[in-house]
Design a protein around this ligand. Sequence first.
Ligand SMILES: Cc1cc2nc3c(=O)[nH]c(=O)nc-3n(C[C@H](O)[C@H](O)[C@H](O)COP(=O)(O)O)c2cc1C
Length: 152
Amino acid sequence: MKAAVVYYSRSGITKKIAEKVQAKFNADMIFVEPEKAYKSFPGAIIRVIREKAGKKNPAPKAAPADFGAYDTVFIGFPVWAATIPDFLQEYIRRADLAGKRVIPFATAGNNGREESLSALKALLPDSEITDYFYTSMKEPADADAWLEGIRE
Ligand SMILES: Cc1cc2nc3c(=O)[nH]c(=O)nc-3n(C[C@H](O)[C@H](O)[C@H](O)COP(=O)(O)O)c2cc1C
């Protein structure tokens, strides 16, 4: 497989899994930054609540990468407000991932498993979404076992 890992991580939990993917599949890392960084935990919570209330529409800092060379694209994210962070959703919307195998991984506190997957399916109707991995503080899942199960 020729893989890329598209991910966002504010506090490092998702990043650790992204690094495992990189190590196992020799994948290229693509860190998606928001236009304006989310810093402290309380600051991020307040901002996301405001954004959800429609006061601001967050965007990614850079245009999407060219995914032409990849057959598989991993997409990793923390669950925010029970779904994929909005600026990352916008990045995914702008990216050309049609026909690609997309393997999502999410880290969370305690919810957003199904909501995140349906959001991704809606954003990528022309991609083959497989091997979804979700882990939470409440019910931690084994990322190494997940990686073992993914076909090359
Ligand atoms: C702004 C914000 C919103 C969050 N919303 C949720 C949520 O709705 N559900 C949940 O289970 N966890 C939520 N969390 C917790 C994160 O998903 C969790 O800590 C995640 O593993 C952090 O990953 P990271 O270290 O890669 O940023 C939220 C965290 C932040 C900062």
